[in-house]
Design a protein around this ligand. Structure first.
Ligand SMILES: [Zn+2]
Length: 65
């Protein structure tokens, strides 16, 4: 099972949309990706900490930095 389509809350407009993290089932570690909001189009930096394919921490911040 992969962690596709994780709902996140936009850092800018606070709307919720789904992003495709595309993380492998056995992945361990840190993943950072930029996703443009589907509603306001601003870049959200999605910072995740993964342990064997499970999200243990997900932080959304300003992707412009
Ligand atoms: Zn937005």
């Amino acid at each position: 099972m992969t962690l596709n389509y994780q709902p996140i809350t936009c850092h800018f407009c606070f709307e919720t949309f789904e992003v495709d993290l595309g993380i492998e089932a056995q992945f361990c570690g840190h993943n950072v990706e930029i996703f443009d909001c589907e509603i306001c189009c601003n870049p959200n930096k999605v910072d995740t900490e993964i342990d064997e394919g499970e999200i243990i921490s997900l932080v959304v911040s300003d992707g412009n930095e």
